[in-house]
Design a protein around this ligand. Structure first.
Ligand code: GTP
Ligand code: 3PG
Length: 193
């Protein structure tokens, strides 16, 4: 497998600011660690460490990935798409044929979810969220085939990027991939399960 996994992750103490009214900063940080470790563990079951790349401003998160034998890059900016481009450039310099990016806030992610991304029958595979507007995972073959367009309406933006590159794209809808934790309602729903 020549796919490399690129994880761009905000420092745990910064992430999930939309939950600030619901849980305090220590709880948010703990939640971010827990979700990150879950996604990293699932990723590690399918990707050899040398094909896992983390881009983060958090030294603590970088240490965790380095301890596994993965590549931990200090983020040079403070923007998700820029961080992913940084990771992608590194991966392409290390022979990546294709790339998978995964959001770190997917507490119900399974190995089969990641496999579904890798096996998707098109050069571009976009896992969307519950609202069917965002992107929680993106696989592109070849690496660098399309630019990262995370942000508002990123599903449409990634579909448009694939069209512009004349590449077929498929949208993947699976609970483990759709279940990112953005809002207090998402958090309550996940805790209920
Ligand atoms: N490296 C890096 N990762 C980011 C950045 N912004 C978001 N991410 C990651 O992108 C993924 C999706 O981010 P969001 O769902 O917006 O999460 P968030 O930024 O923690 O949440 P809010 O603070 O509530 O917007 C998660 O893996 C985040 O850690 C960034 O500036 N740099
Ligand atoms: O859809 C996206 O681009 C990412 O999930 C980030 O969006 P969000 O901040 O709405 O989760």
């Amino acid at each position: 497998m020549d796919t490399h996994l690129v994880l761009a992750v905000r420092p745990p103490e910064e992430g999930k600011s939309r939950l600030a009214a619901t849980i305090d900063s220590d709880q948010r940080s703990a939640l971010n660690y827990k979700m990150f470790r879950h996604v990293l563990k699932i990723g590690s079951e399918l990707f050899p460490p040398g094909q896992i790349i983390l881009v983060s401003r958090s030294a603590a998160l970088r240490d965790e990935v380095a301890a596994l034998g993965g590549h931990a890059l200090e983020e040079s900016g403070d923007d998700l798409n820029a961080a992913l481009e940084q990771g992608a450039a590194f991966a392409m310099g290390h022979g990546a044929g294709s790339l998978l990016s995964l959001s770190s806030d997917l507490p119900s992610l399974t190995v089969d979810d990641v496999r579904a991304m890798l096996d998707a029958p098109a050069p571009v595979a976009i896992a969307t969220d519950r609202l069917r507007t965002g992107t929680n995972a993106l696989r592109m073959r070849p690496a660098g085939a399309i630019p990262f367009r995370y942000g508002v309406d990123s599903l449409a933006a990634h579909l448009a990027a694939a069209t512009a590159a004349k590449l077929e794209a498929v949208v993947i809808e699976r609970p483990g991939l759709a279940g990112d934790i953005d809002t207090p309602a998402d958090l309550a729903e996940w805790r209920r399960r």
